[in-house]
Design a protein around this ligand. Structure first.
Ligand code: FAD
Length: 333
């Protein structure tokens, strides 16, 4: 019997590991990937974080400031998480893919492709990257379609006509890059809202915290004006069209009958929590999420959820937010 099994060794699982180690608990962290870094391994190389290193750090150890003094890249974050795991000697077993978590008498049974663990407590920290979301639109498009998860950089789109769908940070950042080499159209469900230049991801974190504590925090905006996004704004390409109504063989069409021929559609339409392994516990609410009190599942008090989004803690799917929520989780254990 293991006291605590953490599923997932991205930033959320590692933050939990740090506090479990400090509390001298018996635990193991199971991770499906061959190597450390969680979702950051898969983000495109030119991506920069939207907060400086000192505000993108896990407990105990600050992320090093990059040599150019700018915000860290996805690669810097992988290097940091790799070092973090080793420095605190976190007991990560990989690659171990958890298939199911079930009730087993007075314990939870964690079943994987590499054996099973019985645990008093399970912390699920499997992130969202593994469940990209693409909304359904009627019609069929004959060109290339991809989601944020498949984007590696602007080069393949040189000289093409590209529609970028989605009004959050990834849509704005991909648009900023692709618009330097391609003819782009940005399509969003509601008008995109840029944060003022002087605010970065720290403002989003504070805003999420205020909202969780019942304060409105005002209407802040949600896209951080990182340098490439600022540059795109200054070039006049950051103008969004309303959402189209359907796909056509050679592009997209709006409800008013207007249409646009394009070569590529990039869906920057977000993710859903990767919770499939928890299905045997039958905890999901009608919205597909598991109802929680803090991080603890209401229907199964031995299960905690960490990361994923604001519903498990303020900004808990960010580096800084995961740390604070993990500290609170381990305190509750
Ligand atoms: P993940 O990093 O996804 O880690 C989960 C781990 O669990 C993975 O290693 C996965 O392999 C493993 N796993 C999944 N399922 C299983 C299973 N069944 N069994 C075993 N292991 C499993 N945040 C910031 O703080 N600053 C930023 O600037 C920022 N920019 C972002 C830009 C983009 C484009 C995106 C998409 C996100 C950004 N984020 C940013 C958000 C956030 O930091 C990441 O989403 C982060 O990766 C979430 O960490 P996590 O540990 O919750 O999940």
């Amino acid at each position: 019997m293991t006291d605590v099994v953490v599923i997932g060794a991205g930033q959320a699982g590692l933050a939990a590991g740090y506090y479990l180690r400090r509390a001298k608990r018996d635990f193991v962290i199971l991770d499906a990937q061959e190597r450390p870094g969680g979702a950051w391994r898969h983000l495109w190389p030119s991506l920069r974080l939207f907060s400086p290193a000192q505000h993108s750090s896990l407990p105990g150890r600050m992320m090093p400031v990059p040599a150019d003094g700018g915000y860290p890249t996805a690669g810097d974050t992988v290097a940091y998480l790799t070092d973090y795991e080793q420095r605190y000697q976190l007991p990560v077993e990989r690659p171990v893919s958890v298939r199911a978590v079930r009730r087993d008498g007075d314990a939870l049974l964690v079943e994987s492709d590499r054996g099973s663990w019985r645990a008093n407590t399970v912390v699920s920290a499997t992130g969202t990257w593994w469940r990209p979301y693409v909304p359904h639109y009627p019609g069929a498009f004959g060109g290339r379609q991809l989601h944020t998860v498949n984007y590696r950089g602007p080069e393949p789109f040189a000289g093409k006509r590209v529609v970028i769908v989605g009004g959050a940070n990834s849509g704005a950042q991909i648009l900023a890059e692709v618009s330097t080499v391609a003819e782009t159209t940005w399509v969003t469900q509601r008008p995109p809202r840029l944060l003022p230049d002087e605010l970065d991801g720290r403002a989003l974190f504070e805003h999420a915290t205020r909202r969780i504590h019942g304060e409105s925090g005002g209407d802040l905006g949600d896209i951080v004006a990182v340098p490439p996004v600022r540059d795109a704004r200054d070039r006049g390409v950051l103008k969004a069209e309303p959402m189209f109504a359907r796909l056509t063989p050679d592009g997209v069409a709006w409800a008013d009958g207007s249409s646009l021929p394009v070569d590529v559609i990039i869906w920057c339409t977000g993710f859903r929590p990767a919770l499939g392994h928890l299905a045997p516990l039958k905890l999901r609410g009608p919205d597909g999420l598991i109802p929680v009190d803090g991080t603890r599942a209401l229907g199964e008090p031995r299960l905690h959820l960490l990361g994923y989004g604001d519903w498990t803690g303020p900004a808990s799917a960010t580096l800084i937010g995961a740390s604070r929520t993990a500290r609170e989780l381990i305190r509750r254990l």
